[in-house]
Design a protein around this ligand. Structure first.
Ligand code: ADP
Length: 520
């Protein structure tokens, strides 16, 4: 054993195998397990027999094995716990089963599953040890791989748990930070979670909230048939409850106006879906809005009276001007008149808005010639604009029943906007057509266009696309009024637009006479 310095070969005679019957010898050699016998009566317990499999497993031949203590299989790899167990067992003359790292003659590591068992003489003294070994490297490898996988898995589980904990904390901090009251409800509308804001707003505590059905909270303040109807439909239909207003005298906080929004929260796996209900106290907000509307109504009304008076004075002064007055003076008076008309229109628009807000906006319907009205409006605009050519195509064959003055205001507004928001273009196309039982009116421009996002908002009152105030002054109420007028005529107003290409504003109105429209 050149490789193993500790191991010295003893000159022990190999076991006389002639005494063993050939049948047993063949049986021992046929075993897949490596089998050795050591002589415990000799110093250092040398090997005196090994079978063929031991030669195969270890890579050494018989001559290199016999006479050595079997520690040569461990080479320098001595620091193994299994080795200690082996030494103890040999010392105490006991059997033991260990798995130990061994090395073949070529130096390749193999895992040896070793079982040693003592043979005793009549006095109980250990004379020999029998060692049976199997190369279990493959099994060990799989075990190691499995362990590795398991460790990796455990690491992942730890990581995942940590990230879940973090996202849970993250979500909780969001829920606790928002200024809205939030409730999470189960499918039976029982409260699972309520945030601090809910407790604060409604002056309640957790115990009287969690686990209760929504309708039973407080003095059944949420027991509102229309709301329950909507909430019960959320899970099966996935239709959210949007901006539902509830006005109620709440037990601890009095008369309040609450805005409710509810959405389905979809949960994976065995969890049932939940409903997230957000409740916002809009009492103060609404009061401010009402004050603003009141201010608008009063302000526009108060502005109208002196304006009418000034307009009268200016017209009177114009008439008093001597025929031979300076051109400059005449021009100044004309310009003052034009600006007063402009101011008058703005104030009239503001009045319209406040009338719409308070439900006092009225239509005065009559039969009128829609084509003529459009042509008149276009003619007026043609006179006021030199930059754009306005083309009109199409017509309808019947008269229309509606408020001519209001509809003229819509037509005027849409064409004026088309001119205003296409400063680099020089053409506007107006079209009148019949679509089924409706008249369709469209104004097409080749201007700046409107982004998809803004298209949704331009019909809201006071909404203007950002950053245009300097270049295009306005109040953002024209389209709001137009839409209200068209709606009151049971029609629809909409826009198709592409940024930097242009916009087409269109409306449709039901055709028909007064009798048909009113079923008289
Ligand atoms: P105003 O023109 O006084 O701002 P409107 O209610 O008529 O008010 O229009 C609202 C907004 O819609 C405008 O500020 C403008 O941004 C946008 N808009 C309206 N018409 C057009 C158009 N033809 N092309 C591009 N943008 C338009």
């Amino acid at each position: 054993m050149k490789e193993d310095k500790d191991t010295t070969k003893q000159n022990v005679p190999a076991m006389n195998t002639e005494n063993i019957s050939p049948l047993f010898q063949a049986a021992l050699n046929a075993s897949v397990s490596g089998i050795i016998i050591t002589d415990n009566s000799l110093p250092d317990n040398p090997i005196i027999y090994c079978n063929k499999s031991f030669e195969r497993i270890s890579g050494y031949n018989r001559e290199e094995i016999i006479g050595h203590n079997c520690r040569f299989l461990q080479r320098e790899d001595r620091g193994q716990e299994a080795r200690e167990q082996l030494r103890e067992a040999v010392k105490n003359g006991e059997s033991v089963n260990v798995e130990v790292r061994n090395y073949t003659k070529e130096g390749t590591l193999f895992w040896n599953e070793l079982f040693i068992s003592p043979i005793k003489d009549n006095d109980g003294k250990v004379t020999h040890f029998i060692g049976v070994q199997n190369d279990v490297s493959d099994r060990k490898k799989i075990e190691q791989e499995l362990r590795f996988e398991r460790e990796k898995m455990e690491e992942k589980v730890i990581e995942r748990t940590e990230s879940l904990r973090l996202s849970q904390e993250y979500l909780e901090s969001i829920i606790e930070t928002v200024r809205e009251s939030l409730l999470v409800l189960d499918p039976d509308l029982k409260v699972l979670t309520a945030n601090e804001e809910f407790m604060r707003t409604f002056k309640v505590n957790r115990s009287e909230t969690i686990g209760q059905k929504l309708y039973e909270l407080g003095n059944r303040q949420w027991d509102i048939p229309q709301l329950s109807d909507l909430l019960e439909k959320i899970l099966p239909t996935n239709n959210p409850v949007l901006d539902f207003e509830v006005e109620h005298n709440f037990p601890h906080i009095g008369q309040k106006l609450m805005l409710l929004n509810a959405h389905r929260i979809e949960l994976e796996g065995s969890y049932k879906d939940r409903i997230l209900l957000a409740i916002e106290d809009i009492t103060d907000h609404r009061a401010i809005e009402v004050r603003k509307d009141d201010f608008l109504a009063v302000a526009s009304h108060e502005l109208k009276t002196p304006l009418t008076t000034i307009k009268g004075y200016v017209q009177f002064a114009q008439r008093l001007l001597p025929k031979d007055s300076e051109d400059k003076l005449i021009d100044i008076m004309d310009k003052a008149n034009i600006q007063l008309d402009r101011l008058g229109r703005l104030i009239a628009e503001l009045l319209d808005v406040s009338k719409i807000q308070s439900g006092k906006f009225e239509l005065h319907r009559d039969e009128f010639d829609f084509n003529k009205m459009v042509h008149q409006a276009v003619d007026e605009l043609r006179q006021a604009t030199e930059s754009h050519e306005i083309e009109v195509s199409g017509k309808i064959e019947t008269k229309l029943f509606g408020d001519e003055a209001q509809l003229a205001q819509v037509v005027n507004n849409l064409i004026a906007n088309a001119i205003k928001y296409s400063p680099k273009a020089n053409k506007i196309k107006v079209d009148i057509s019949t679509v089924s039982n409706y008249v369709k009116f469209s104004v097409k421009d080749f201007g700046m266009g409107i982004s998809i996002n803004d298209q949704k908002k331009i019909f809201e009152r006071f909404y203007r696309v950002r950053n245009i105030q300097q270049q295009f002054p306005g109040m953002g109420i024209g389209l709001f009024i137009c839409e209200q007028i068209i709606k009151q005529h049971e029609g629809t107003l909409w826009v198709d637009s592409e940024e930097d290409v242009g916009s087409t504003f269109s409306f449709t109105l039901p055709l028909g006479t007064e009798h048909e429209n009113h079923g008289i």
